[in-house]
Design a protein around this ligand. Sequence first.
Ligand code: 26W
Length: 801
Amino acid sequence: MKISKEHFKKEYRRSLTSLYASEIHDLTPLEQYITLGSVVKDYTAQNWMQTKKEYQQDQAKQVYYFSIEFLPGKLLKSNLLNLGILDKVREGLAELGVDFAKLEAIEADPGLGNGGLGRLAACFMDSMATCDVPGNGNGIRYRYGLFKQKFVNGYQVELPDDWLRHENVWETRRENKAEIVRFFGDVHLEEDANGQIKPVYSHTEDILAVPYDTAMTGYENDTVNNLRLWSAEIPPSEEMDYFSEERRKSIHSISEMLYPDDSNYDGRLLRLKQEYFFVSAGVQSIIRYYRKLGVPMEHLAEKISIHINDTHPTMCIPELMRILLDEEGLSWDAAWTITMKTCSYTNHTIMAEALEKWPEQMVSNLVPRIYQIICEINRRHLDSMSPLYGVNFTQRTAIIQDGIIHMAHLAIIGSHSVNGVAKLHTDILKEKALHDFYLAYPARFNNKTNGITHRRWLLLSNEGLSDLISDYIGTEWKKKPNELYLLKAFKEDSVLLEKLEQVKFENKQRLAAYVEETMGIEIDPNAVFDVQIKRLHAYKRQLLNVLHILSMYLKLKESQSGEEIVPRVFIFGAKAAPSYSYAKEIIKLINAAADMINNDTTIDNKIKIVFVENYGVTLAEKIIPAADISEQISLVTKEASGTSNMKLMLNGAITLATLDGANVEIRDKVGDENMLLFGMQDAELYHFYDSNSYHSHEIYDHNPRLKRCIDALVDGTIPNIEAEGREIFDSLLKYNDEYFVLKDYDSYVQAQSRIDGLYRDRKKWNQMSLLNIANAGDFSSDYTIMNYADEIWNVHHNKNL
Ligand code: 26W
């Protein structure tokens, strides 16, 4: 779709006239933004309809990506980039006297996710559209997204994220595609007129699920896929008669807010309701579409692929069985075969506390028919497995155990594919976490290492670097990201290396301006920007990072030798789940350390700590291009993959990492010499677990430098952390340091100490930076999605990559 600047300007004027019947300058920035949004939406509408029509006409196999979280980020700039009109629109608006950046700032960032899982789903939507994969996202349109984070006296405070207070220009309400979702009530099976066993429901509580669709534009192709987010509303049937406020509340509560836990299952009924709500609405709408194709139900798996993003959408399996059995009248075996061929599951974590285990009673009460079907799936699993593998094995893999329903077991038993999100993670699933299932279903297990969309995380958020790259290797890399590899040829090109340093410096200046403006902290763009941005979790070891900063600070203080260190700015971005008190204590510690160090005039600004508030997608786009060091310091085996590691690598940061998750594959690509590796490897950790021989206190007693900064937690060195310091001190020494912070401390400090020397050698540093960029193309989610399409979903994708 060729759109000229003049065409855009005409469209913009036409749109503001029809929307507001007034001149540009009489409009508020919000109105100017909404006008722009509606013009861009029009530009996508044609292709959106065309894409849908073609999929139906060609009866193309489609994939439905079920995820309880989506973190798309702001869509204005990415839609303009994908339409290929970003520069034209920016110039056109400027000529109309409108500042594009101002309008961009107004757009809400839909925080419909917690972290890695939700953002991955968004990167996948962008890549599916760009790779011409017939992909549909299916989730929940939360009225309130992930809480807004504020620091009050260094403590995290959560505020509601009212992201829909202004109109959301990108969504389209599809009332005519609404579905009814049934909860509670009784179900009994009865023989109907033609002898078929049919469930009869009574006293159910029905909810109207109304879909809101958002266009997912592909990059410079005419493909526009769909993200469908469901909203819970009062069913028309109930509109008329008496209606209690309480009932109204309970209906709306289903899509009211996102649960802010990102790796801690806490079995709330409302969460289970949310999971069945978007699953049932989604599967029913798929079957409604499929019936229109007029293809026998037996062939469903040839036309439809349902992907289960972690265990939260696992009820897709019994829900599809319900429809095939109860509405389509298929036999159990026929229905089961179709269901398994249609469904596939991705595991994103091995953390025990994150695995969903729902009380049988709660499930049977809320969704009785689904519960009946889960029981039958479990019974048949036990029947078929015990003769082959014996009772113990079968018991361990059972879905229902001691009144608990293990959702991961149901997801695996009901899917034809089970994948991990990085090589090490998938090996751990096979050898440890899901070993029994791997023995029973080896062919189902496969690895799909995560990826990121290089369009948002480089083209959009780091235009300086993108332009520099294109100056040297052309623009093919934009569509073929592994062409970034061509940059290797320039590693001795000092002009390029200097320009690379300049681009990084300008990004750091921009971030420094933002930090000054929003936090009043002055940071030096010549300093090393050392970045750790991810959810606050003990296994991600933000504590190890701050303990090193403390020891660096204390060393600086004590060695009045004015030791010449390269100035450091340690940048943290992290939200803690509101109920995760330990994580909130670490936030307080980091902020208290920041207050102390940032205001210590004796260290000549050599060290600064900047803990940015309300970290999310939009802030990540500001921080990542300015990063020199990427902190990926989780305890080995705990981080399934990580994706910020890939984003920071793509923007030229040097990765300081344990050999955990996808850090291993980053090392495989760029080489040890272009990273900073430290810490235990998985075998050593398993030895500690098996021998139960880890005693953190011993390390504390024999390492004075470490002891000094751990004591600083409780000896008043750091003001205002009495309670938190004690808690953290005890977690390390009294409760034996669950995440081996003390064990990895020395090698971490050692790796950190290499940074000064490397950073001072600007040519060396810039070469390392260039080689990281050159090797990051392979982590584009375009390749990840093509692997899913070829090896799991068996759906079309374009071959030009
Ligand atoms: C039940 C509460 C809950 C909510 C979310 C449990 C678990 C989750 C997610 C699975 C946690 C998550 O986001 N995991 C992250 O997924 C990323 C994408 O695959 C990985 O890169 C991260 O390593 C993993 O921690």
